[in-house]
Ligand binder design. Structure first.
Ligand SMILES: Nc1ncnc2c1ncn2[C@@H]1O[C@H](COP(=O)(O)OP(=O)(O)OP(=O)(O)O)[C@@H](O)[C@H]1O
Length: 275
């Protein structure tokens, strides 16, 4: 199985040895008996944007959710292989998933602000974590970092749900960074946004990567080529039982994936000739 994935799982010899934040080693992911993702190895590098691209069902979101142990909430979920965060096994028995999610935040496809004021959307996590600093300052700084402050500074008591979709998504990003994570995972963060809001989020990502490491799942190849430094292309193929299993075809600098891919499948996918 996976003849091309075996020649692949292509990872570049990386220049300047950037620091690895999340190391994925031979990871296979199951939902019950179903092997959703097979044998993925890739490193997510510090202060870079890593994009996961590939056809529907190849396991991009499944893998992304493993990085902050969100799949733990699914009873049938099982992971083989290892994911190391800052050199530590993320799935070791003594690791607290709640602490993992504090360090590795997530922004979802559909903006999901709390049905609370804009202010409380940001302050909530800090309060829960027993934040001792100045909450007003934290709210302002987080909203500024998410490029939302100027639009909402006069209505911080307004319900977050009353904002536009694009503003809600930036509020969710502000909420994610308010708890000062290291990594922000984004699962198709622009899928429900108009082109202008999408560009705002893309610009924002460029600013955020100065401080955070970002991994993003996107269906939008232009977006991957515009925003990411590294791109992982996944595909799915039928296993013996006819079920489709995802695997990593190729992982490299975004420029190489889009302009000089090593694998035929990548070439076809990025040129739109896939399937
Ligand atoms: N909670 C779950 N229980 C069982 N199977 C699941 C679950 N979540 C995902 N899957 C299956 O795992 C496979 C990978 O799904 P996943 O959503 O990770 O793919 P994806 O590449 O992100 O797809 P898309 O681009 O359509 O979002 C699919 O076959 C999907 O049906």
């Amino acid at each position: 199985m996976h003849s091309d994935s075996q020649s692949a799982n292509y990872t570049p010899s990386v220049d300047n040895q950037p620091e690895v934040v999340l190391r994925t080693k031979n990871v296979s992911i199951y939902y019950g008996d179903f092997l959703a993702v097979q044998n993925v190895s890739l490193d997510i590098q510090k202060n870079r944007i890593t994009a996961f691209i590939g056809p529907s069902g190849c396991g991009k979101s499944t893998l992304l959710r493993c990085y902050n142990r969100l799949n733990d909430l699914i009873e049938s979920f099982n992971l083989e292989g290892t994911i190391e965060y800052q050199g530590q096994n993320l799935y070791a028995k003594n690791v607290d998933p709640v602490e993992v999610r504090r360090r590795i935040g997530m922004v979802f496809q559909k903006p999901n602000p709390f049905p609370k004021s804009i202010y409380d959307n940001i302050a909530y996590g800090a309060r829960v974590n027993g934040y001792k600093g100045d909450l007003d300052e934290l709210v302002e700084n987080s909203l500024r970092a998410a490029a939302l402050w100027d639009e909402v500074k006069d209505k911080l008591k307004t319900n977050g749900m009353a904002l536009s979709g694009g503003q809600q998504q930036r509020l969710c990003i502000a909420r994610a960074i308010a708890i000062e994570p290291d990594v922000v995972l984004m699962d198709e963060p622009c899928a429900s946004l108009d082109p202008i809001s999408t560009l705002k989020i893309e610009d924002l990502m460029q600013e955020l990567k100065e401080k955070y490491t970002i991994a993003i799942v996107t269906h939008n190849m232009q977006q991957a080529s515009r925003v990411s430094d590294m791109t992982a292309f996944f595909n799915a193929q039928a296993s013996e039982d006819g079920k489709r299993c995802g695997y990593l075809v190729e992982y490299n600098h975004t420029e190489a994936i889009f302009h000089n891919p090593q694998e035929e499948a990548t070439k076809e996918y990025v040129s739109g000739r896939f399937g």
